[in-house]
Design a binder for this molecule. Structure first.
Ligand SMILES: [Zn+2]
Length: 91
């Protein structure tokens, strides 16, 4: 029975410390990437069923995915309709 109580202690969730809250990771878009996204949006709006429509639960219809790598961020923009755009970075 003693073993069981030790095991329970081992799996106890660590309480978050002040440092845990201070560690942040942020992602940003550079002008070159914003230009590419704007161009894609303009083209996509011609065929997207949600173009210029307000989607109450979602707000903006675009989702940005950032995948960090050693050679830069891979950025994917996804529209509410399901279409995706991969952004080429200058690396
Ligand atoms: Zn769309």
């Amino acid at each position: 029975m003693e073993m069981n109580s030790n095991t329970t202690t081992m799996y106890c969730k660590k309480q978050p410390t002040k440092e845990d809250f201070e560690v942040k990771q942020t992602f940003s878009l550079v002008a070159f990437e914003i230009e590419q996204i704007d161009e894609w949006k303009k083209e996509h709006d011609k065929t997207c069923p949600y173009a210029n429509k307000f989607i109450p639960p979602v707000g903006d219809r675009f989702t940005f995915c950032f995948s960090p790598s050693y050679i830069g961020n891979f950025i994917k923009v996804k529209c509410f309709c399901g279409h995706e755009c991969n952004i080429d970075s200058n690396w």
